[in-house]
Design a protein around this ligand. Structure first.
Ligand code: ADP
Ligand code: 5GP
Length: 186
């Protein structure tokens, strides 16, 4: 079974929080560790949260065809899924869980069709999104502004996903995602 579950959302919607909860509920899930050219944030570790690399290394690996998909999510900062990462997880018989930007989510769904379940995590409002980004306390004001500026475009892409889950009450959103995934894995 080579299946994948994709989560996309504007930054700050709560998708990392939801994915963490779901990893506890589905033992066969394994998180796809992306590559990125941004600097580690807070307690993030190389090879655990991301494969951190320079822009130069990232571009070299793009040219060598090592990525399934990649995006320059923010100006000057690239993120992508390595083919080797997907093969590593599938080789263990696990289901891959993705936390990728909206365009990455749409591209993965196109590539993998019925083997993929794509979910868009919707914040209750843009004001609440901004509150959550500030509350998280991990990003500079400049980074927060960049993320909010991108949110409107990202929200317009929600209909391209298999499912849209509103993350207002966290527990409700996690339960809804769990129900959708259980159905998909049947
Ligand atoms: P993302 O991965 O989408 O960027 P995070 O999971 O990091 O978002 O969540 C952003 C912030 O919002 C975090 O501080 C998180 O604790 C908080 N958060 C997540 N879901 C909710 C929710 N339903 N209600 C209130 N705060 C939330
Ligand atoms: P952050 O810097 O907050 O960790 O992530 C920023 C954005 O990059 C998020 O929307 C996240 O989902 C996205 N992202 C992380 N990994 C990948 C990836 O492999 N591919 C794509 N397209 N986006 C990713």
């Amino acid at each position: 079974m080579r299946k994948l579950v994709i989560f996309s959302a504007p930054s700050g919607s709560g998708k990392t929080t939801i994915v963490r909860e779901l990893l506890k509920r589905f033992p066969q899930f394994e998180f796809s560790i992306s590559a990125t050219s941004r600097q580690p944030r807070g307690a993030e570790q190389n090879g655990v949260d991301y494969h951190f690399m320079t822009n130069e290394e990232f571009k070299e690996r793009v040219e060598r065809g090592e990525f399934v998909e990649w995006e320059e999510v923010y100006a000057g900062t690239c993120y992508g899924t390595l083919k080797s990462e997907m093969e590593r997880i599938w080789a263990k018989g696990n289901v891959i869980i993705f936390d990728v930007d909206v365009m990455g989510g749409i591209n993965l769904k196109k590539l993998f069709g019925d083997d993929a379940c794509s979910m868009f995590i919707m914040p209750p409002s843009v004001e609440e999104l901004e509150r959550r980004l500030r509350g998280r306390g991990t990003d500079s004001e400049e980074v927060i502004q960049k993320r909010i500026a991108k949110a409107e475009f990202e929200l317009s892409k929600a209909p391209e996903f298999d499912y849209v889950v509103v993350n207002d009450i966290l527990e409700d959103a996690v339960n809804e995602a769990e129900t959708i995934i259980s159905q998909f894995l049947k």
